[in-house]
Design a protein around this ligand. Structure first.
Ligand code: DQA
Length: 148
């Protein structure tokens, strides 16, 4: 029996407020619900999952750096850091781990400053605008990629 895949799920700043934060943009689902749905899907897929959220860029970078050696892939919603953080992109690239970038909202249908992502260039793929379902699709795609 091969060892099960380990996936790190990373949520960036302000995603702890999901459910009450701009519900017309991000919907009613809370982060706890997203994480529990992902855990259920991970169990179906036979992989291990750890979820992490922080509002602090440095802590996020520390967590990503630590992923090397203990995780096989990263599912990340970098939130506002998507559009600002070269340092987060560098940390993700340094791990060399495959990653999928997820956004709840369709960032391309929103303000122009959200159209650019520092993260997409080091991602396997990007899912934007499909709400919480995007995380599940991202997990499926990541696991399929790792098993291929
Ligand atoms: C977001 C989109 C970002 O532009 C924004 O800063 C977020 C959430 C999304 O999931 O749609 O915080 O990543």
């Amino acid at each position: 029996m091969p060892e099960s895949l380990r996936i790190l799920v990373v949520h960036g700043p302000n995603l702890n407020l999901l459910g009450s934060r701009e519900p017309e943009v991000y919907g009613p689902t809370t982060l706890a619900q997203i994480d529990s749905d992902l855990s259920a899907r991970a169990a179906e897929l036979g992989c291990e999952l750890e979820c992490f959220q922080t509002n602090h860029e440095g802590l996020l970078i520390d967590r990503v750096q630590q992923a090397l050696g203990s995780f096989d892939g990263i599912l990340i919603n970098p939130a506002g850091l998507t559009h600002t953080s070269v340092a987060l992109r560098d940390a993700l690239a340094a791990t060399g781990l495959p990653l999928v970038e997820v956004h709840l909202s369709n960032v391309f249908a929103r303000e122009e400053f959200r159209h650019h992502s520092y993260i997409s260039g080091v991602a396997l793929g990007v899912i934007s605008g499909l709400g919480p379902r995007g995380y599940r699709l991202g997990l499926d795609a990541l696991v399929e990629h790792l098993r291929r």
